[in-house]
Design a protein around this ligand. Structure first.
Ligand code: ASP
Ligand code: MG
Length: 409
């Protein structure tokens, strides 16, 4: 019999009514002739609420990571029990399992544990007895039996890892969007839903601000070759299938466009062109736990160079402050900052085999009067930093220039 893993995110189980809807879908899937394993997130808002409470009783949670995991795991434990009860109430046969009961073994890194091993024997027995097995996402246990969690969004990882361990015939990630789109439909109304996307494209799009899946889950799927479908739990439409790239996927020049807003740009100008300066700058930034995105250094024709990078806008005041003494120490001339910038990325494995993608992007932005402030590229992505107020228009122009719009009927 076919075995299907279905993951339902927090919004999909956000209320009693939605839980009943999920239960009905699980029963329907089983009746279509499949064995069903469900992976469930905490009801929407619950994990955030638990984190907030934890912060109120213990402003500095370090030292309490074990307790944090014990706390956060309750969110998923609530929702699995409710889903299983709803299935039973509708005349189905379900049983809930915690991560530990489901055989998910992790390392000891509390709050960001890695799955080290899955023993799916109990799940296999239960599905063969006709149960819909409802597994708590986001959690596992160490070899010593301690509860662990897998990092925010970790239910995606649970689903992919279980699908891999069970050799599932399908893994469906049910969420509150229809699938992955060529661009945010709120910005580009004629954006199209993709039928398929390569793992690497999805990873680049996630890194560029299109959050549909936890990145670690996608990396895991890529590593172990677990194809999955992202689709909506509210409608019936097919979603987007993420999988190993195929030759035909390269025919598309670019697959999608993403925008990341609320970015800031920092330029350290007149930096002495000497070993160790970049290291000094970025070790200071990362010591403050500020995430750096794009980094661009100029080729120096004199004895100095300029280094620019982007961070989240909210981190700007702190970063500026911590860099002043560093600039002085390394003998940089000045620091310039700008907030209110955005990053626009075009992503597609087709770039590898199509020449002139960058030129087409630059032409399109140039004709639209959009100034490019920084450029960075990878094998399958070109990203530019632009004024935030130009972002929507730039996305619309680029989307049209690369022919990503819905074909007119
Ligand atoms: N409940 C966890 C979170 O909010 C895990 C998940 O939803 O995937 O991050
Ligand atoms: Mg989630």
């Amino acid at each position: 019999m076919r075995l299907i893993v279905q993951k339902y995110g927090g919004t999909s189980v956000g209320s009693a009514e939605r839980i009943r809807n999920v239960a009905a879908r699980l029963i329907e899937t089983q009746r279509s002739g499949a064995e069903v394993v469900a992976v469930i997130s905490a009801m929407s808002g619950v994990t955030d609420q638990l984190l907030k409470l934890a912060g109120e009783v213990s402003p500095q949670p370090s030292g309490s990571e074990r307790e944090m995991d014990a706390l956060l795991a309750t969110g998923e434990q609530t929702s699995i029990a409710l889903v299983a009860m709803a299935v039973n109430a509708l005349g189905g046969k379900a049983i809930s399992l915690t991560g530990a009961q489901a055989g998910i073994v992790t390392d000891r890194a509390h709050t960001r544990a890695k799955i080290s091993n899955i023993n799916p024997k109990l799940i296999e027995e239960l599905v063969s007895e006709g149960f819909i097995v409802v597994v708590a996402g986001f959690q596992g246990r160490t070899v010593d039996g301690e509860t662990t969690t897998l990092g925010r969004g970790g239910s995606d990882l649970t689903a992919i890892a279980l699908a891999g361990a069970l050799g599932a015939d399908a893994c469906q990630i049910f969420t509150d969007v229809d699938g992955v789109f060529s661009c945010d439909p709120r910005v580009v109304p004629d954006a199209t839903q993709m039928q398929e996307i390569a793992y690497d494209e999805l990873l680049e799009m996630a890194g560029a601000g299109a959050k549909v899946m936890q990145s670690r889950a996608v990396e895991f799927a890529k590593k172990f070759g677990v194809p999955f479908e992202v689709r909506s739990s509210f409608g019936r439409k097919a979603g987007t299938v993420a999988k190993e790239e195929t030759a035909s996927m390269e025919d598309v020049v670019i697959r999608g466009i993403t925008i990341e807003r609320k970015q800031a740009k920092i330029t350290m100008a007149g930096v002495p062109d000497a070993p160790g300066t970049a290291s000094r700058i970025f070790s200071a930034v990362s010591a403050a736990n500020v995430l750096v995105d794009m980094i661009v250094q100029n080729a120096s024709d004199q004895k100095t160079t300029d280094i620019s990078f982007t961070i989240h806008e909210g981190d700007l005041p702190q970063t500026e402050e911590l860099l002043r003494p560093v600039a002085e120490e390394i003998g940089a001339e000045r620091i310039a900052t700008q907030s209110g910038v955005a990053k626009l990325s075009v992503v597609g494995i087709g770039m590898r085999s199509h020449a002139g993608v960058a030129t087409r992007l630059f032409d399109c932005l140039g004709e639209g009067g959009v100034n490019i402030q920084l450029i960075s590229t990878s094998e399958i992505k070109i990203a530019v930093v632009i004024e935030e107020r130009d972002a929507d228009r730039a996305a619309q122009l680029t989307h049209a220039a690369f022919g990503l719009a819905k074909p007119a009927l």
